[in-house]
Design a protein around this ligand. Structure first.
Ligand SMILES: Nc1ncnc2c1ncn2[C@@H]1O[C@H](COP(=O)(O)OP(=O)(O)OP(=O)(O)O)[C@@H](O)[C@H]1O
Length: 316
């Protein structure tokens, strides 16, 4: 395990008592200081994977090292390095923010540190609310308390399970800011999400899990470059009823009742400079030769969402 690796997951599998296999031979390295987004449809195994890494659910096979510590044989060392932000706050409605966070630190056998608790609360804009009972807080503030709780024992690694499920857009952006701030302080972040926008906005790398298998792990930029396709839309001066035979060699579709021609090409090919600029010059020459004129054109690149949908669909 290299220094850059903070979590090493090897051939991890999980079969629940029901006989259901939720994880199948997962191999994964999480790099120190990155934001890693684990994406997958409902039931794909995201929560199971993070629960096994955090030692809350036993694996059926394979192993997990957290900063070099085996999460079964050296559980306390491994667990002390991890903070886990669950989806919901449970059971502490009548405690104050301060007590909830301080208590959580004690659970990890760490000596009381009002200074650390104060720093954590301030960094999450919870300081003014420290005497409030949790039950009196808004949804957004409650989520911040969950994060503060998970950070109380000074972990290097923070897992966030669906950090923004069911929150409004404004609060979601707010949470993203909080998470980025944590990363700037050196915390490694692993988040599960099924909001593609969240992964697109936040992640350095993305893992896609489908039916218990990690089907892909990739730098976000690389993923979008490799799998993104681009489309060039030409708005025609005169509508066409069909694509002329002389243009059959181009990947074209006729849209908007014949008012637009859409040319689809591979963003990666273009980025690699091969066939630059992806056959557009030839297409334009052939259009000219066919007497087809356009009044406007625009390009767009597929979003991570489209890439994700096609990955999850592929031989599903
Ligand atoms: N205790 C359990 N016993 C049996 N099956 C379980 C158990 N917990 C989860 N599963 C099953 O394992 C699969 C993966 O569940 P998991 O919660 O890990 O998925 P997920 O990707 O986190 O989905 P979601 O986004 O819906 O939370 C699901 O089919 C689920 O029904």
């Amino acid at each position: 395990m290299s220094d850059a690796t903070v979590i090493h997951v090897e051939d991890l599998s999980k079969v629940y008592d029901s006989g259901f296999q939720a994880l199948k031979g997962i191999d994964l390295e999480i790099r120190r200081g990155e934001i890693f987004a684990l994406l997958g449809p409902n039931g794909a195994g995201k929560t199971t994977l993070i629960s096994v890494i955090c030692g809350l659910v036993n694996a059926s096979g394979g192993k997990v090292l957290v900063d070099g510590h085996d999460n079964v044989h050296d559980y306390r060392e491994a667990r002390s390095r991890i903070g886990l932000v669950p989806q919901e706050l449970t059971g502490e409605a009548f405690s104050t923010v301060w007590d909830t966070v301080s208590f959580s630190r004690g659970l990890f056998g760490k000596p009381a540190s009002p200074g650390h608790v104060e720093k954590t609360l301030r960094s999450l804009s919870l300081w003014e609310k420290r005497r409030n009972k949790l039950i009196t807080l808004s949804g957004g503030m409650k989520r911040r308390v969950l994060i503060a709780k998970a950070l109380a024992h000074e972990p290097q690694i923070l897992f966030l399970d669906e950090p923004t499920a069911g929150v409004d857009v404004e609060l979601r952006r707010d949470m993203w800011e909080v998470v980025r701030g944590l990363r700037e302080n050196g915390v490694t972040i692993i988040l599960t999400t099924h909001y593609i926008e969240e992964a697109e906005e936040m992640a350095d790398r993305i893992g896609v899990i489908r039916a218990g298998e990690l089907v892909l792990v990739e730098e976000k930029r690389e993923l979008m470059r490799k799998l993104g396709s681009k489309a060039l839309t030409l708005h025609l001066s005169e509508p066409l009823t069909r694509i002329p035979d002389t243009l059959a060699g181009h990947d074209l579709t006729l849209e908007e009742d014949g008012h637009a021609l859409v040319y689809t090409y591979d963003a990666a090919r273009q980025a690699e400079g091969e066939d630059e600029p992806a056959g557009i010059a030839e297409l334009l020459a052939d259009l000219e030769a066919a007497g087809i004129h356009f009044k406007d054109l625009h390009t767009r690149q597929s979003s991570l969402e489209e890439i994700f949908v096609s990955l999850v669909r592929e031989d599903a």
